[in-house]
Design a protein around this ligand. Structure first.
Ligand code: HEM
Ligand code: HEM
Length: 145
């Protein structure tokens, strides 16, 4: 089960990050062009939301299955080790906050009245979320050496 989850989380990360970048660029162009926010724009933002939520769900399970997750916190010494602190604490915590912000960006866009406000809610909160996610990726584990 661990290998499957780890590979899914690792592979989906490419798709989720790519989707977030595309949604931000799309909403930014929409806002700058001054056009009407349409159902198509909501659906594009929804793709980024769903991929982030899927990553959240797999990440949460992985956290309790992996040797690099919760188990490190109970072993002691994890706080002094940079790599251990990243996957056992910083990456999960910051990414939960980031995905919460992305979800707020999407939900607010549905509630807001003006097209400009809807586009802005998406590109602002998705972008803050993306920066947070990128700040805490375990790059050394992930990218091919
Ligand atoms: C730990 C797991 C998850 C949590 C805590 C979570 C949390 C949430 C929350 C709080 C919302 C409400 C947003 C709003 O205010 O409208 C939401 C919406 C949504 N989530 Fe998740 N989610 C999780 C997993 C998933 C998964 C696995 C998927 C799909 C693969 C998913 C797809 C969606 C969709 C489609 C919406 C609704 C979008 C809409 O309102 O149009 N979520 N989720
Ligand atoms: C969009 C959000 C997220 C992205 C893009 C992401 C991306 C990644 C990447 C690229 C790795 C390294 C994979 C590898 O070594 O091949 C990783 C590892 C990990 N992630 Fe996430 N992640 C996200 C959210 C989360 C969340 C919310 C949690 C937990 C609550 C989580 C828990 C973990 C754990 C425990 C590992 C280490 C797994 C292991 O190698 O044994 N992730 N994540």
């Amino acid at each position: 089960m661990y290998t499957g989850l780890q590979h899914s989380h690792s592979g989906l990360a490419y798709l989720a990050l790519l989707a977030l970048i595309l949604v931000i660029v799309w909403a930014l162009i929409g806002s700058l062009s001054g056009r009407e926010f349409q159902e198509k724009d909501r659906k594009i933002a929804l793709v980024g939301l769903i991929l982030s939520h899927l990553q959240l769900l797999i990440g949460l399970i992985l956290y309790f299955v992996s040797q690099k997750g919760f188990s490190l916190l109970t072993g002691g010494g994890a706080m002094a080790d940079e790599d251990a602190r990243l996957t056992a604490l910083e990456h999960p915590l910051i990414n939960i906050v980031a995905i919460a912000l992305i979800t707020i960006g999407y939900s607010r866009a549905k509630r807001l009245e003006t097209s400009k406000g809807k586009f802005r809610s998406i590109y602002m909160l998705y972008a803050i979320g993306l920066v947070l996610i990128l700040s805490r990726i375990p790059w050394q584990n992930w990218l091919p050496q």
